[in-house]
Design a protein around this ligand. Structure first.
Ligand code: NDP
Length: 246
């Protein structure tokens, strides 16, 4: 059923991986979709074509999440092009590895800008366009629930902060009937985290069901949170990780 008919969504980092799967899934549910990307214009255009093939309007906008003006302008452009804005998915994210002895202050500032500040700016801009029934869903990480290994501190920090922001925004925007939630995926097969490496074997060994996640599975949960049925679900953290943190 097209539960999102007549709705408009913007998905940051929608040109590949989990974001592309979310964009397509929301389109299949009947929403018109804007996606942002950092540099891969052809991947973004390919996703936009798939959205159009699914019968929805699509717009691909280059907007580095670390660039607040670009993010704000992308959100405004999407709302202007499609005449409204109902759903924001804060998916764009980067991974910077290294222990506390190895990473630099520049690494710290960059990951906060890309993973946290970008989501904050997008949420602020999107909320200004949303009415009753608006939806904000962010993509965190199951590592927030259990760090488990060395060398991922900056990434975990950025996602933990995003979790706090998401819960707090649920309180701020609740009176307007806008829900705000965060999804915490475990290892999911994308360019960022391919299922074929030695690290992937270790990740599988830590799961209750030792199978890597697929982007479409994460997209299914996001699509539910974005649906009208999920009105009662707000301020939540939703782990989807094959039981890694169980
Ligand atoms: P990918 O690296 O496969 O794809 C990243 C997407 O985000 C691309 O569309 C990319 O655009 C875009 N992007 C990257 N940096 C920026 C930026 N600075 N500004 C705007 N867009 C940007 O990542 P995944 O699909 O694996 O990850 C998506 C989200 O899920 C991230 O937030 C990640 O942290 C999170 N996550 C992923 C997990 C995994 O195992 N894969 C597990 C838990 C969380 P372009 O194509 O132009 O480069």
């Amino acid at each position: 059923i097209k539960t999102l008919s007549g709705k408009v969504a913007i998905v940051t980092g929608g040109s590949r991986g989990i974001g592309a799967a979310i964009a397509l899934r929301l389109a299949e549910s009947g929403a018109d979709i804007a996606i942002t990307y950092a540099s891969r214009a052809d991947s973004a255009e390919a996703v936009a074509q798939q959205i159009r093939a699914a019968g929805q309007r699509a717009l691909a906008i280059k907007a580095d999440s670390a660039d607040a003006a670009a993010v704000r302008s992308a959100v405004d452009q999407a709302a202007a092009a499609f005449g409204r804005l109902d759903i924001l998915v804060n998916n764009a994210g980067i991974f910077t590895g290294g222990t506390v002895e190895q990473v630099t202050l520049e690494d710290f500032d960059h990951i906060i800008a890309a993973n946290l500040r970008g989501a904050f700016v997008a949420s602020q801009a999107a909320a200004a366009h949303m009415g009753e029934g608006g939806r904000i869903v962010s993509i965190g990480s199951n590592l927030v629930g259990r760090v488990g290994r060395a060398g991922i501190g900056l990434y975990v920090m950025s996602k933990a902060a995003l979790t706090g922001l998401s819960q707090a925004m649920a309180r701020d925007l609740g009176p307007r009937g806008i829900t705000v939630n965060i999804v915490h995926p475990g290892p999911t097969d994308t360019d960022m985290n391919p299922a074929t490496t030695e690290r992937a074997d270790q990740a599988r060994a830590a799961m209750a069901i030792p199978k890597y996640g697929e982007p479409g599975q994460i997209a299914g949960l996001v699509a539910w949170l974005a649906s009208p049925e999920a009105q009662y679900a707000t301020g939540g953290t939703y782990t989807i990780d094959g039981g890694t943190n169980a």
